[in-house]
Design a protein around this ligand. Sequence first.
Ligand code: PA5
Length: 422
Amino acid sequence: MKLNIENAIKFTGEKSFSKSFDYALMQMETLNSGIGAGNEFLGWINLPQSYSVEDVAEINETAEAFHNLDAVVIIGIGGSYLGAKAVIESLSESFKKTTPEIIFAGHTLSGEYHAELIEYLKDKEFGLVVISKSGTTTEPAIAFRLLYAEMKNRFDKETIQKRVVAITDADKGALRELADKEGFKDFVIPDNVGGRFSIFTPVGLLPVAIAGYDIDEILRGASISQDLCLEKSPGNPALRYAAMRNLLYAAGYKIELMVNYNLKLNYIAEWWKQLYGESEGKEHKGIFPASVSFTTDLHSMGQYIQQGERSMFETVIFVNDNSNAPIIPEVPENLDKLNYLAGKDMEYVNRKAFEGTLQAHVDGGVPNLLIELDLIDEYNIGFLMYFFEFACGISGYMLGVNPFDQPGVEDYKRNMFKLLGK
Ligand code: PA5
């Protein structure tokens, strides 16, 4: 992974970047020494390097038991589903279902979605992975109640025990009680890892392994990223990213647009939005994280980005891989006037669109940070996600907030429970 901030420094100057970098370095010390706010939730920092061969084997063995099923429903919301969804979407072929098919539920209260899911599962052999750190979140709890009832209607006790896995707290919460009582296979979410930082726990790794992807490679990428992100060096991408985005924020760029040129990365952006939004959006402060996919959204949001209010910067993820791109054929009649592209692969056109757009947006007043990946695979995705997590810790401290709590999430629940008569 390469991070290029040249087209952002242009907007702020080298000198202020250097000052911001020094401040980022200070905040990295605070993070690593465990003396900052929310320091009871720093277990994620060393996760990629803390796995034993046995830990990985246990996850893989559990996943294997699901491989003969038609579908596995992953039930969770927020940090308890976005990481897994992001990895699976980025690694999966666009028009091919994984075996088993991975379906997400409990991430919405839409009755229609769940009614249609129950109907869809009617003639399928399916399993359930229910994930909730607190074990009390309403959305996944309702979805599990519905789907577990379906299971009980169709399968015997022995089958059910093989087909349900719970991932939750070691001792607390209704899901822990239920898992113990019903005898489900379970994994524990460590106390010191918050939901949005849990991709490298079984919360993220088990669904990814069930989908058939190599979790060893994900952890290897994350582990190499960890080594790099902890370096006190000018080349540390986490320090550079955190320093640059905070500097831009202070200069009035209050919105960060995560941009990709490959639709498979859309859920990486959704995961990133939760990570940064929930970590930084507090005390009436914080960059607003948003996302677009180009060139698709150039035809909807491109006008605003080019000429609307100048309050945003872009972080572009571009993948330098054309190995699977179709070659544009020569057509004698050339009625569509595209023969000037004949013989080129489609990613070549995508790259030129990316280069042209980047320049146009920078010229139009949108600072740009560029992340380049060699390809989308387990290693690179693991590397990228750890980088974003570590930079988020530094960035939150630079902003002066506790990046590891989410007190604001409780407010809607209080009102909802009151209205529901809980
Ligand atoms: O990051 C967080 O802590 C939250 O987004 C949670 O992941 C989300 O609210 C789901 O919580 P739980 O896993 O307790 O069901």
